[in-house]
Structures are given as structure tokens and as C-alpha cells.
Design a protein around this ligand. Structure first.
Ligand SMILES: [Zn+2]
Ligand SMILES: [Zn+2]
Length: 365
């Protein structure tokens, strides 16, 4: 589909640099992923706006776009939508969190290859990002956990090791384009005959093709398979957070860069402990006399049983704090607290002796 960068920014063709900048500022603010977390449609639009601005704000790229339009761009930005985001480094054990850092440098890097020939073709061959879900128990939030998940995806072909060539056969220069990765076509347009340079359909821009294609993957260098992937869930992860496993998405075509795997984490509700951010909420029930006189009891926490002193005169519903007995705070060595709500059980049946003693107490008051 043709991309109209002007329309993406809500502008007419030939808009001034000032108008372009103004439109971009306004739209990128409105569509910023920080304001629309998890909204895929907005995210896509945000990327499109940034892509349009990258081209239209650069006089050289703008000129090429204005001149060649679709022909200069068509099919060459295919890989652009992948992997532009998720810059926020979590710094934990080799993966990061998809916080949508959205820094401008990422866009610039991607655009280096935009009009530059080879690298943009390589981008088109990249494996897609994939997503999956993982449900963990609250206890695993305390310790962190390693899970092995099964994902069906395009994986690197083991017969040709991703190259796409039948073992023993050579990789040769593409006969279609002579290794340039591009072919020139003549097409009829509204303005007459135009010559367009497009990505070579045979080598898809790579300039090289196997002499004979791998029999297992048909020359693609990747096959649809079920793969087992180890996922290390860090302590303190929140429900709804995602882990990004670099290079664990779909394999690229013929050894091109693989996509990433996003694992969306869901934390199962626990019957005893309620999560409140990094804190835990729980409750205990004690007999009325213990609330009146005070007592030390054992209370369950996520870290085992601890003693809790119930002071004399504790009221029903009073909340006691167990410092540091909550959940680990992600990427730190700190812990939240546990808050224990004390419920007081009023006896419903009294023995003759109990009644006598309590009535005596009442008379004293
Ligand atoms: Zn193969
Ligand atoms: Zn070719």
C-alpha cells in the first residue's frame, strides 16, 4: 500500500517545513505511547507519524520522496514497523522491558538504511516479533522463576543453518540482478513512461542466491516449528508487564536478523495474599479476649511464618505492618511490606462459667 507521508501528518502535499514541524509536534504528543499504553492502533499510528516526519523533515529525503513518491519508497519500508520501540533498558539479566522508550535516535538509525540500498533490503528479511503469554504464581514473584515455554514460530533451518542453500551447494551471485539487489523496471504512469528501481524479487535485495535451495526449508533458511524457550522471570515483576527476549522471535529469512519475543506476564491471584503494588495484604482472625488482653501470634507471610505481637486493646479491623515482608521491588534489593488486618472473633456461644465471669466483669464496669 502506498504511504502518503503528508496525509499521515494531516497535511497537503507541498506543505512548508514549518507546517510539517508543527503537525508532527502536535500529533506525536497526542499519540505518544506513554499516554496509550497497550493500544496497538495508536502505537502503529505513532510509528507512522514518526516515519513520515523522518522523511519530510530531512530536505534530502523529502526531495526524493516528493520526486519519486511511492516508487522511491514502495516496499522499502517494509521492515520499518518492526523493532523501533522498546528502548527502555531494564538492566535485568539480559532482557529489557517494553516500556516504549520511543527515543528519536532509534528512528534515525532505522532510516540510515531507508534510501541506502542493501541494509533496507536486509531489514525486510528480518524475522517478525512475536508475542506470547505466561501465567505465574504470586510466590514466583518473590523468588523469580525460570519457565520453559513452547512457541510455534519460524525457526532457523538446521539443515542449511539458515543460509537457504542445500548443504554442499554454493551461494552464487543472483542472476536476476547481477548481485546489486535491485532491478530497474519501466512502467506506464500518469506522466508517461517512468523507470523505477525496485528490490530484486529473486534475491529480495540480498544479491546472492543459493545455487540449489535447501530441501528442508525450500531455500527460506527457516521453517515453522515448535520451539522450547527458557524465560527467566525476574523477582518483583508486576501483572501485565512484558519481557522482551531479543532474537527469540521469528528467524529472519536466509539468516537475516531474528525478531524479538515478547512474553506478557500474568500473575495468578493468591487465596491468602492480596498484592498491592510491592506490598502484600492479608488478614488474621483472633479471639476477642486476645484482642482485649494482647497476644503474640504466628502470621503467614510470603517469606514464611513470623511472630506478630498483638498489643492489648487491639480494635477490630486494625492494620498491623510487617516491614519488609512484602514483594521484592523489581530491579532493586528492596522489599515492600505486609499489612495484616486483624479480625476479632466474638464468641457466639458461652459456657455457663464463661457467662458467669463475663457478667461479673460487666458489673465491675
Ligand atoms: Zn534449510
Ligand atoms: Zn537479485
Amino acid at each position: 500500500m502506498a504511504k502518503d507521508y503528508y496525509a499521515t501528518l494531516g497535511l497537503q502535499k507541498g506543505a512548508s517545513a514549518d507546517d510539517i514541524k508543527k503537525a508532527y509536534r502536535k500529533m506525536s504528543k497526542e499519540l505518544h505511547p506513554d499516554k496509550h499504553r497497550g493500544d496497538k492502533a495508536v502505537e502503529e499510528k505513532f510509528k507512522a507519524v514518526n516515519e513520515a516526519y523522518e522523511v519530510l523533515s530531512d530536505p534530502q529525503k523529502k526531495q526524493m520522496y516528493d520526486q519519486f513518491g511511492e516508487a522511491g519508497v514502495n516496499g522499502q519500508a517494509g521492515g520499518f514497523g518492526q523493532g523501533g520501540f522498546g528502548g527502555g533498558q531494564g538492566g535485568f539479566g539480559g532482557f529489557d522491558f517494553s516500556n516504549f522508550g520511543g527515543n528519536a535516535d532509534t528512528f534515525s538509525d532505522l532510516f540510515e538504511g531507508f534510501f541506502g540500498g542493501r541494509s533496507r533490503a536486509a531489514e525486510r528479511e528480518q524475522g517478525h516479533d512475536i508475542e506470547t503469554e505466561l501465567i505465574i504464581d504470586l510466590s514466583e514473584v518473590v523468588t523469580g522463576a525460570r519457565h520453559e515455554i513452547k512457541v510455534r514460530k519460524l525457526t532457523r533451518c538446521d539443515r542449511c543453518d539458515g543460509a537457504g542453500a542445500e548443504p554442499g551447494s554454493k551461494v552464487i551471485t543472483c542472476p536476476e540482478c547481477g548481485g546489486t539487489g535491485q532491478v530497474t523496471r519501466t512502467a506506464q504512469s500518469f506522466f508517461g513512461m517512468v523507470r523505477q528501481t525496485v528490490v530484486c524479487p529473486k534475491c529480495r535485495g540480498g544479491g546472492k542466491v543459493p545455487e540449489s535451495a535447501c530441501k528442508k526449508c525450500d531455500g527460506e533458511g527457516r521453517i515453522q516449528e515448535s520451539a522450547a524457550i527458557a524465560v527467566d522471570v525476574p523477582p518483583g515483576i508486576q501483572d501485565g508487564q512484558s519481557l522482551r527476549l531479543r532474537g527469540q522471535g521469528e528467524a529472519g529469512r536466509r539468516g537475516a536478523t531474528a525478531g524479538d519475543l515478547y512474553v506478557h506476564i500474568h500473575v495468578r491471584a493468591d487465596s491468602k495474599f492480596q498484592r498491592d503494588g510491592d506490598d502484600i495484604r492479608s488478614s488474621v482472625e483472633i479471639p476477642a479476649l486476645d484482642a482485649i488482653l494482647g497476644i503474640t501470634i504466628d502470621v503467614e507471610t510470603m517469606h514464611g511464618s513470623v511472630s506478630l505481637k498483638i498489643p492489648e486493646g487491639t480494635q477490630p479491623g486494625q492494620v498491623m505492618r510487617l516491614k519488609g515482608k512484602g514483594l521484592p521491588v523489581l530491579n532493586t534489593s528492596r522489599f515492600g511490606d505486609q499489612y495484616v488486618t486483624v479480625k476479632v472473633k466474638i464468641p457466639t456461644k458461652l459456657s455457663r462459667e464463661e457467662r458467669r465471669l463475663l457478667e461479673e466483669w460487666r458489673r465491675m464496669k
